[in-house]
Design a protein around this ligand. Structure first.
Ligand code: G6P
Length: 369
């Protein structure tokens, strides 16, 4: 592959900025802004199977696993079906309870991750229906899965995954909506509203990216810290995990992602002014809850960087630094809240002079167990 950086300093930055297009490409032809229908002809899972499904298992590693954690909220909400999410290396060794009424979704950018491939083979052997969310055609995982939906992100070169993650989310939202339509578990009106919102995402991501200098400022102010704590709730708990993962991977700063409500069961003991807290707090049903977690942390001397909705009037008084993102409904917020965290990790690593695209000890695709 001849890949070019198109004037960007690193592939990772280029890939972050490609996201409005890669999300749009993944949507194209599958959903249309004014239609209450989804077209994923490549996935030939029968409606009867969807209706009779006993469980969905979602499997991946690293960033792909985090995308699976977000998807759990969607499938449960839209389909009212049990969803389990597993790290591939755990799934394959824990004698999972799966059978021919189980749908196993494996998520892999490369399609070559050894543990994910082994988990897929196990699911095939146990008689499950298997589906891959994959970015690489003719990869091992896309060949061996019974069904494949491709993310259309193009080659991802930076070791820290960015555009593949939002591509995976896009594909998973599409699948959730498709099956909800088939199962008739969402009304046509709601379906149409969600599809419209999905189509608004690429523009919102593009709008946010225009403000990336603000994230750069925050990164400069905090790059000397040794530890970071990322907090989120509901769909943004996986985003807290993903934000912390990005920072660890490329800046080598210790970072932990935590469910904000769990803070008082451990991490609260660590809080002081030397460990910034990144609080993912877009407006929505759990906003007040995370706000009270922020207050608890601040009462103990924490420095809080808030990722907040642009129309949030309250957050400025409650936090030390703010990164504002375009407003979305809570369910769609992960697309938007993850972008500042990708950029924050990128700019911190850049300030520290780290090898952003090729971090030490990490591989783009882990093809050995
Ligand atoms: C490696 C990469 C990560 C990636 C993970 C899973 O750890 O460095 O960026 O998320 O593998 O890769 P996959 O290709 O299966 O999504």
């Amino acid at each position: 592959v001849t890949a070019e950086k198109d004037g960007y300093k690193h592939f990772m930055l280029k890939e972050i900025f490609e996201q409005p297009r890669t999300i749009e490409d993944t949507l194209k032809g599958r959903v249309f802004p004014d239609e209450a229908r989804v077209y994923v002809e490549e996935v030939k899972i029968e409606t009867k199977f969807i209706k009779d499904l006993s469980k969905i298992c979602i499997i991946g590693c690293g960033t792909s696993y985090n995308a699976g954690l977000v998807a759990k909220f969607l499938f449960e909400k839209f389909l009212r079906v049990t969803v389990e999410v597993d790290i591939a290396s755990e799934f394959r060794y824990r004698e999972p309870v799966i059978d021919n009424k189980t749908l196993v979704i494996v998520i892999s950018q490369s399609g070559e991750t050894a543990d994910t491939l082994a988990a897929l083979r196990l699911a095939n052997k146990k008689g499950c229906q298997t589906l891959a969310v994959c970015n690489v055609m003719e990869s091992s995982i896309s060949r061996e899965a019974q069904h494949v939906i491709y993310t259309r992100c193009g080659p991802e070169i930076g070791v820290a995954s960015t555009k593949a993650f939002t591509g995976q989310l896009t594909a998973l939202y599409i699948l959730a909506l498709d099956w909800a339509a088939k199962k008739e578990s969402l009304s046509k009106d709601v379906l149409k509203e969600y599809i419209k919102e999905l189509w608004s995402i690429p523009v919102k991501v593009g709008d946010f990216l225009k403000t990336s200098d603000n994230v750069k400022e925050v990164a400069k102010n905090f790059s000397a810290k040794r530890d970071f704590l990322y907090l989120g709730r509901h769909v943004n708990f996986p985003i807290a995990l993903e934000g912390a993962l990005k920072l660890k991977e490329i800046s080598y700063i210790h970072a932990e992602g935590y469910a904000a409500g769990e803070m008082k069961h451990g991490p609260i003991a660590l809080i002081d002014e030397s460990m910034p807290i990144v609080a993912i707090a877009p407006l929505g049903d759990v906003y007040e809850k995370i706000l009270s977690n922020i207050s608890e942390a601040k009462a103990r001397g924490a420095i809080v960087i808030a990722v907040a909705s642009e129309n949030d009037k309250e957050i400025k008084q409650k936090s030390d630094a703010q990164i504002y993102v375009p407003a979305t409904s809570e369910l769609f917020s992960p697309f938007i809240t993850v972008i500042p965290l990708q950029l924050l990790a990128y700019f911190v690593a850049e300030v520290l002079g780290k090898d952003v695209d090729q971090p030490r000890n990490l591989a783009k695709s882990v093809t050995v167990e």
